[in-house]
Design a protein around this ligand. Structure first.
Ligand code: NAP
Length: 239
């Protein structure tokens, strides 16, 4: 199966890492990609790579910690494109190496607002249009940290455990509207995430961003009568 042509796909955190890899892979399907993030130059460079390879994409600056910017992103996309077929909640951040009792409240807010509140606000902004259109797909990039304890990164783990609970519940709310909601939980992936912690691992000891993008493509090409709730992806070697 193929991803239907001309789908409107919104990807958060598309300026680098896993989000950029998802954008570059899905661009080959003929979908129109709405790339969001805060770094204008990096977002534009991902959009330019897609355009020069013959795909279509547009870059939108959007700080996901600001509810007003999420609302205006949705208004712009829905007024210009008329719909959003796929929402990929990928943007996220983590802070590692510090016990919870040392974490400043401002850092807690930064992590939870980006990783958990923003996906809620994005569902709030885009799900009504998907319901009106009679279907859609929401894919969330969670983490193996949302399935395991993660000492010295408890706020990050809480944000991903929270994301899982949120999206399994939303999946049941949106199912009657033919909207599928899926989670992908990668292990260590070679990106700049958390200061490039995983980028230093050996090639088989960490996933490549495109490994995660490949799974996104697999989920988007499921037959109409089924959907995958969650995929856990681990690097081949444990490091
Ligand atoms: N790398 C790993 O080992 C790993 C493992 C499991 C799960 N994950 C998850 O995978 C997802 C992507 O991570 P990554 O590894 O690709 O990290 P990354 O390279 O650090 O990229 C993070 C992306 O999130 C965006 N972002 C962060 N804060 C934002 C905000 N306030 N508003 C808008 N965009 C924001 C960044 O864009 P701007 O800088 O342009 O704003 C960037 O595009 C995250 O949800 C992460 O938790 C990563």
């Amino acid at each position: 199966m193929q991803i239907p042509d001309q789908q409107i796909i919104v990807i958060t955190g598309a300026s680098r890492g896993i989000g950029a890899a998802i954008a570059l892979r899905l661009a080959k399907s003929g979908a129109h990609l709405v790339l969001t993030g805060r770094d204008r130059a990096k977002l534009q460079s991902v959009a330019d790579s897609i355009l020069s390879a013959g795909g279509t994409a547009e870059a939108h600056l959007c700080d996901l910690r600001d509810p007003g910017q999420i609302e205006s992103l949705a208004k712009t996309v829905l007024s210009r494109r008329g719909r959003c077929d796929v929402l990929i909640n990928n943007a996220g951040l983590g802070r590692f190496g510090e016990p919870l009792h040392s974490l400043a409240p401002g850092e807690w807010d930064r992590i939870l607002e980006t990783n958990l509140r923003a996906p809620y606000l994005l569902v709030r902004a885009f799900a009504p249009a998907m319901i009106a259109a009679g279907g859609g797909h929401i894919i969330n990039i969670s983490s193996l940290a949302g399935r395991n304890p993660l000492p010295n990164a408890a706020a990050y783990a809480a944000s991903k455990w929270g994301l899982n609970g949120l999206m399994y519940s939303v999946a049941e709310e949106l199912r009657p509207h033919k909207i599928r909601v899926s989670l992908i939980a990668p292990g260590s992936t070679q990106t700049e995430f958390a200061g490039g912690l995983s980028a230093k691992k050996s090639p088989l000891g960490a996933l490549a961003p495109d490994d995660v993008a490949h799974v996104v493509e697999m989920l988007l090409t499921q037959a109409d009568a089924s959907f995958v709730s969650e995929v856990l992806i681990r690097p081949t070697l444990k490091s």
